[in-house]
Design a binder for this molecule. Structure first.
Ligand SMILES: Nc1ncnc2c1ncn2[C@@H]1O[C@H](COP(=O)(O)OP(=O)(O)OP(=O)(O)O)[C@@H](O)[C@H]1O
Ligand SMILES: [Mg+2]
Length: 257
């Protein structure tokens, strides 16, 4: 296991991410290697609306024609990524913005015909990230990938990108910072720890739905690759430091032995 922490900042909490970015600064100062992955769905939806494009979701994934893909790409790799890098640099963090297209980092297969230009990450080349980490940089990755077959740029879910990168880097910890304090059970209580069997049951009975589904799938993937994974609220961003010391915060998926 390498001493890398992968942090995924949800588009749902952009605007409230200051605490999480402070934590990135603190962890960087104390010598941790960090990779930040971000979402940005709400901003893409807002800009699509401005351009008169309709937004539809199937199983938490955006239905994406070429125009929608272009708007998502422009807002994610342009606005959201640059804003996060700027906020980190302002904190003295040597952040570098890139997308999953850079260095051929993320390759994907089309999810299904219904979703259009949406990919599922199937191949990761983390070489460029490792070079940046070795140079003391903090990569900030926007979710985009290249179609393995035809090289088309595909929209990929930020959660899936973060999970695949964490697994490929052999990260010790993957943390999803989002707008809820963890995975909730039917009665609304946060579930402290989840394993594959229980997670599958909760997805099948609809307790876990929408944007939480790709997050849970990414946590399970990372955990099976030996990485501890957790879902926490943006407001309690100090949770990340607690997680590093093995404390229980939000919903934790323990690394497979
Ligand atoms: N069982 C559950 N427990 C908690 N949240 C759930 C559950 N099932 C579905 N959700 C939804 O998942 C949402 C979080 O996923 P969402 O995709 O909206 O955020 P994000 O991934 O942080 O942002 P983005 O997709 O823009 O990067 C919650 O706000 C909640 O509505
Ligand atoms: Mg999401």
């Amino acid at each position: 296991m390498s001493d890398v922490v992968v942090l995924k900042i949800g588009g749902a909490v952009l605007g409230e991410e200051a605490g999480a970015l402070d934590v990135v600064g603190a962890l960087h100062d104390s010598g941790h290697s960090l990779v930040v992955v971000h979402g940005g769905g709400p901003l893409a939806t807002e800009w699509s609306g401005r351009l008169g494009l309709e937004t539809r979701f199937v199983r938490g994934l955006r239905v994406t024609d070429a125009q929608t893909r272009d708007v998502a790409l422009a807002t994610l790799t342009g606005l959201t990524n640059t804003r996060l890098v700027a906020a980190l640099v302002a904190r003295g963090v040597p952040a570098v913005g890139l997308s999953g297209v850079d260095g051929g980092m993320l390759r994907a297969e089309r999810e299904d015909a219904e979703l259009g230009l949406v990919g599922r990450v199937t191949l990761v080349d983390s070489g460029l990230l490792e070079e940046l980490l070795d140079a003391g940089r903090v990569p900030v990755v926007a979710p985009a990938a290249l179609d393995k077959k035809d090289g088309e740029i595909l929209n990929v879910n930020g959660d899936g990108a973060a999970g695949a990168l964490a697994a490929s880097l052999g990260a010790r910890l993957l943390v999803f910072v989002t707008d809820v304090p963890g995975v909730r059970s039917k009665d609304g209580k946060v579930i402290a720890s989840l394993d594959t069997a229980r997670a599958k049951t909760l997805v099948d009975d609809g307790t876990i739905e929408g944007g939480m589904v790709p997050k849970v799938e990414a946590c399970l993937l990372a955990a099976s690759a030996g990485c501890r994974a957790a879902i926490v609220a943006a407001r309690g961003a100090d949770a990340i430091e607690k997680l590093l010391t093995g404390e229980q915060v939000g919903t934790v998926f323990e690394a497979a032995a």
